[in-house]
Design a protein around this ligand. Structure first.
Ligand SMILES: *[C@@H]1O[C@H](CO)[C@@H](O)[C@H](O)[C@H]1NC(C)=O
Ligand SMILES: *[C@@H]1O[C@H](CO)[C@@H](O)[C@H](O)[C@H]1NC(C)=O
Ligand SMILES: *[C@@H]1O[C@H](CO)[C@@H](O)[C@H](O)[C@H]1NC(C)=O
Length: 303
């Protein structure tokens, strides 16, 4: 009987783990103010270890829109910023997909397609379809894993309006870990002198930012979870120029296998390199899929 009970307890625990809440990833979005086409923007994002902003869930889209209304983005974004949603083949009827995994768009945007295909630009006052070769500001996304940093504020706790769950925690880190475990249902926690950890049930990552929901109390230390950060890069990246009718995306070629790469050990401009490649019956590599570019990086590292 005891054995059966412990198996039952184990399976209950397993079940509880399975229904765990959505975990927010630690994400930085950088808005680049230099005007670039969608393809140039995506190449630059990849070079920086990321991809064009992926707003494939309603929650992430809301967080991104919130940041557009705040500094430093508020001043940096003129009209709109290019994100990852793009038309696969420049035909209006082709699907619009997000990077990096080519998931379909499931967020309703109030824009219509009047071009032959297009890409998405997001601004504070709305969303626009732009031609993918339009030089626009753009936002890169980068993930830093599933642990978010915390801001620590001494002498502060949440106000009475915020409901909380209480738990014991013998250190600040323990209290933060309890908040981590609650995923998107906990954006802040506080610990008092009696080792009680209060997990606040705020609905937004920014619920505690303007001071309305916090009060002063010297016996508390408050921790605000910081999963999302909006940065700005004002460099011009003049060297980056890609000429392509189509968005150069991982979503075009589903099977990049069976390729032969020829390394030409001669310095050439992009244009003449392309002409050279076509002269030897090949195409210039690295301009169609991220996997192409990854292969080239791997080969270079082994040389
Ligand atoms: C959104 O994209 C991420 C990859 O960044 C993927 O893991 C996730 O399944 C996608 N979600 C939806 C709802 O498509
Ligand atoms: C897509 O949207 C529909 C309706 O808005 C929703 O029921 C569904 O869960 C969404 N799918 C994903 C993967 O988010
Ligand atoms: C919080 O509750 C108080 C009353 O207890 C109320 O006056 C105040 O407007 C509430 N604040 C918010 C932000 O809801």
């Amino acid at each position: 009987m005891e054995k059966v009970l412990s198996v039952l307890a184990l399976s209950l625990l397993w079940h509880w783990k399975c229904v765990a809440v959505e975990m927010p990833a630690h994400t930085t979005w950088t808005v680049f103010t230099a005007g670039k086409t969608w393809s140039e923007a995506e190449l630059l994002c990849e070079m920086r270890g990321g991809y064009l902003a992926n707003l494939n869930t309603t929650f992430k889209n809301q967080v991104f829109e919130h940041l557009l209304g705040k500094e430093p983005w508020n001043s940096a974004v003129d009209h709109g910023t290019t994100v990852g949603l793009h038309n696969t083949n420049n035909e209006a009827s082709d699907p619009h997909l997000w990077l990096p995994d080519c998931t379909t768009n499931n967020i309703t945007y109030s824009y219509s397609f009047t071009f032959n295909g297009g890409c998405l630009s997001k601004g504070q006052s709305g969303n626009w379809d732009i031609t993918c070769d339009y030089d626009n500001e753009f936002a890169c996304e980068r993930h830093w894993g599933y642990t978010c940093p915390y801001d620590t504020i001494q002498g502060t706790k949440a106000g009475r309006n915020i409901s909380s769950i209480q738990s014991q925690a013998f250190s600040d880190r323990d209290c933060q870990e309890l908040c981590d475990q609650r995923g998107v249902e906990c954006w802040a926690a506080a610990r008092d002198g009696a080792d009680t950890c209060y997990l606040y049930q705020g609905s937004s990552p920014f619920a505690f930012d303007d001071g309305v929901e916090t009060v002063t109390d010297s016996s508390f230390t408050m921790f605000i979870k910081r999963c999302y950060e909006g940065l700005v890069d004002e460099n011009t990246y003049d060297w980056l120029q890609v000429t392509s009718d189509l968005p150069l995306s991982v979503c075009h070629d589903s099977d990049p296998g069976g390729r032969v790469y020829t390394l030409v050990k001669e310095a050439k401009s992009w244009g003449s390199a392309r002409a050279h490649c076509s002269g030897i019956g090949q195409t210039l590599a690295g301009s169609r899929t991220a996997m192409d570019r990854q292969t080239i990086q791997d080969v270079i590292q082994e040389m």
